[in-house]
Design a binder for this molecule. Structure first.
Ligand code: SAM
Ligand code: DTB
Ligand code: SF4
Length: 360
């Protein structure tokens, strides 16, 4: 490896990517892009380890927001059966089953604009009890304020998911009931409360290539980068305004995964919704491009996901294994990451010096 390549692969995470730089990555020949993404991936992760999360909808449907992709919005008729907040015991039973099936993180989602304080009591108890099973906990409950975030963090919530969904420019075409700044504010609040951030977006909503670049640019501006970055392929649900939107070419989706891997080198990039509609080859390319997390289990929130058995077979075919938490960099504090980066830089310098020595 050349000195430049060695340093590029382990360079400190950047927050100042320009759109031109991102567009250049997207425009690389496919093989070159995937090679670069693989190099970055291998500098930071075990390239054959995939973090495995399971999702559960703890409150389904009748959401007041108008997200045009979402089967749970009360604005559209998607024939979805609405459900009130699940009882704590039911959530714990599902979490136990997820753990037995091999998940290391349990993600609970609610169709809320933001949680009401009376719901928060039950939700805090869910976090405590799921965590007591030895699972990592993640929740996505909509917008939260400082007090709510502090309460969730104190209950032991590890991750909070709140997606930027798309570019600032395209956002208004997709959601009108809350703003991009509202989303950024929730992400800042979650970070301030000391939780890990899970934030990504959806591709295939009719956005342009520049919007995909701009979404990744916004995610990379977050400092530190989100520990977890779900990249969803739109699941087209009948009754939603996006049900007939044109399909995104799967190779464009893979390019976005590869660019995300390069721009967010230390984040887990999750090949998120849309896997049920994807071929095994597309999924294999996504792992090659640097995706290293999936949702595992037969259901996402309200739509389907590949059967667990199919995923086990795919992992076996590809020689992938579930990530073991004890070796997960995701658990590091920011300070530990900085220390590790410094060590990696020093190592690259030593390797570069050796290369120079050998050439004289
Ligand atoms: N109500 C909360 C919120 O919006 O933050 C939490 C639940 S919401 C369903 C979580 C995320 O699921 C959304 O931000 C969106 O990115 C993703 N999502 C929803 N419907 C989807 C679909 N049809 N296809 C792909 N992703 C979807
Ligand atoms: C994320 O980015 N994707 C997940 C999780 N975070 C909460 C949700 C996908 C939902 C897909 C549509 C559904 O099943 O309702
Ligand atoms: Fe509601 Fe979340 Fe669906 Fe938007 S994405 S309609 S906020 S559940």
């Amino acid at each position: 490896m050349t000195t430049a390549a060695a340093s590029a692969n382990i360079a400190a995470p950047r927050h100042d990517w320009t759109l031109d730089e991102i567009n250049v990555l997207f425009a690389l020949p496919f093989n070159d892009l995937l090679f670069q993404a693989q190099q970055v991936h291998r500098a930071h992760f075990d390239a054959n380890a995939v973090q495995v999360s399971t999702l559960l909808s703890i409150k389904t449907g009748a959401c007041p927001e108008d997200c045009k992709y979402c089967p749970q919005s009360g604005h559209y008729n998607t024939q979805l059966e609405k459900e009130k907040l699940l009882e704590i015991e039911k959530v714990v039973t599902q979490a136990k089953a997820a753990k037995e099936a091999g998940a290391s993180r349990f993600c609970m989602g609610a169709a809320w604009r933001s949680p009401r304080d009376k719901d928060l009591l039950a939700v805090e108890e869910m976090v405590r009890q799921v965590k007591a099973l030895g699972l990592e906990t993640c929740m996505t409950l909509g917008m939260v304020d400082g007090e709510q975030a502090n309460r969730l963090a104190a209950a032991g919530l590890d991750y909070y998911n709140h997606n930027l969904d798309t570019s600032p420019d395209y956002y208004g075409e997709i959601i009108t009931t809350r703003t991009y700044s509202d989303r950024l504010e929730t992400l800042a609040t979650v970070r301030e409360a000391g939780m890990k951030v899970c934030s990504g977006g959806i591709l295939g909503m009719g956005e342009g290539a520049r919007d995909r670049s701009a979404l990744l640019q916004e995610l990379a501006k977050l400092s530190p980068h989100p520990e977890s970055v779900p990249i969803n392929m739109l699941v087209k649900v009948p009754g939603t305004p996006l049900e007939d939107v044109e399909d995104l070419d799967p190779l464009e989706f893979i390019r976005a995964i590869a660019v995300a891997r390069i721009m967010l080198p230390q984040s887990h990039v999750r090949l998120s919704a849309g896997r049920e509609q994807m071929s095994e080859s597309t999924q294999a390319l996504a792992f090659m491009a640097g995706a290293n997390s999936i949702f595992y289990g037969d259901k996402l929130l309200t739509t389907g996901n590949p059967q667990a058995e199919r995923d086990r077979a795919l992992f076996a075919k590809l020689g992938l294994h579930p990530e073991r938490r004890t070796t997960c960099e995701d658990d590091d504090t920011h300070a530990e990451r900085l220390a590790r980066q410094a060590e990696q830089h020093a190592r690259a310098e030593r390797v570069a010096a050796l290369a120079v020595d050998a050439s004289v």
